[in-house]
Design a protein around this ligand. Sequence first.
Ligand SMILES: Cc1cc2nc3c(=O)[nH]c(=O)nc-3n(C[C@H](O)[C@H](O)[C@H](O)COP(=O)(O)OP(=O)(O)OC[C@H]3O[C@@H](n4cnc5c(N)ncnc54)[C@H](O)[C@@H]3O)c2cc1C
Length: 417
Amino acid sequence: MPLSTTPAEFDLAIVGGGLVGASLALSLAPLGLRIALVEAVSPVQGEQHPSFDERTTALANGTVRAFRTLGVWAGMEREAAPIRKIHVSDRGRFGSARVDAADQGLEALGYVVPNRVIGAALWQGLSRAPAVEVIAPARVTGSELAGASRVVHYEVAGEARSLSARLVVAADGIRSLVRDQAGIAADHIGYEQVAITAVMTTQRFHDYVAYERFTEEGPIAILPLTDGRCGMVWTRKPAEVERMLALSDDEFLREFQAAFGFRLGRFLRIGQRASYNLMLSRADRHIAQRLAVVGNAAQGLHPIAGQGFNLGLRDAMSLAEVIADRRVAGTMDPGDANLLQDYADWRESDRRRIVAFTDGLVRLFATPLGVLRSLRSLGILAFDVLPPAKSALARLSVGAAERVPRLARGVPLAGIR
Ligand SMILES: Cc1cc2nc3c(=O)[nH]c(=O)nc-3n(C[C@H](O)[C@H](O)[C@H](O)COP(=O)(O)OP(=O)(O)OC[C@H]3O[C@@H](n4cnc5c(N)ncnc54)[C@H](O)[C@@H]3O)c2cc1C
């Protein structure tokens, strides 16, 4: 394989053009930097794309505001179903809790959009961003520090190439090669749970209610879609999954119906099923020399509370904002150590709170112990009568951290501060 001698030079290179990497590239595009985005799987490969597959994602209101500000919401809006209410229940226990957007003074608690629709809108946005050079399909094979830059090695159609950038961003997912090679350790704690996902048709209209149901076998989420169908996520033990994926559609729906009940009438049809191993993963740090880590490369969460992408996008928005601010202040080096430290400091508490919330929820509802079971149904009841608990959840749905990135407030990064 011939090696190119002089690497192409960029101010910033993003490795991974999934949901978070592509959003970061769009956030940075107006700032006057030369940006490379290297992605292994070309989005035209559609269903096989690891980030833009047949899943559906619940987007927090802050995420929607950011997409609007970045000019990509118009490409998703027609397929974005508002969540007007969330209904939480525990199978075999008394009590359920409801959070109503209207009670919280919100139009919606968030919006559900198919991942492939989000992906198409983001990549269409990138095609209108001349500052971003998209290199795809191209697989990054290594990266190392070289003076005041980092060099990134990648392969395009079997040919080895490299580029250099003053800042490299690892947006290459939970098993991030770039993060690992920069010496940032990450822990991966398996939940011994697998999420089975599909789109299905129900007898009753969902009326824009999202359901979260905790069962002995694992939590269930049902999310409303614009065409009247629902996205489903059913978390099961790994030993069960092979059998469940092999069931006929009718058999699968029968088991799913028994676990969820009849709040949406009978389950009528189901599309293709997919499965995802679930784990909690956390990088030790968000930064190294001339390197920042964002999205799943920084933390991968259980999907129980629909927080993974929303949190990962806040990584991207915060990084873009500290770069925008330094640029206005006259520093044009996006890999400057103080700038990166500002980014790392900003992300710390948001990540700690969301990881603790999500992981705590998984563990509380995974336990079979009687006392804990009673506590959690008490918890659900208390939740239903305690307005502060509800507004806390509603606030989370808005994506409010202690310091909210400007993009999540609807303020563009270029120009106004
Ligand atoms: C079942 C399920 C349901 C979920 N539901 C929600 C939800 O409702 N709300 C929510 O907020 N979050 C949800 N999430 C989480 C969300 O999907 C992730 O947080 C999000 O996909 C993370 O995006 P990312 O871009 O950081 O990583 P990824 O999606 O993993 O993308 C990484 C990208 O990097 C590329 N890549 C990897 N290695 C290389 C390399 N060597 N060279 C070049 N490119 C590379 C990959 O091709 C990929 O495109 C859910 C997750 C699951 C599993």
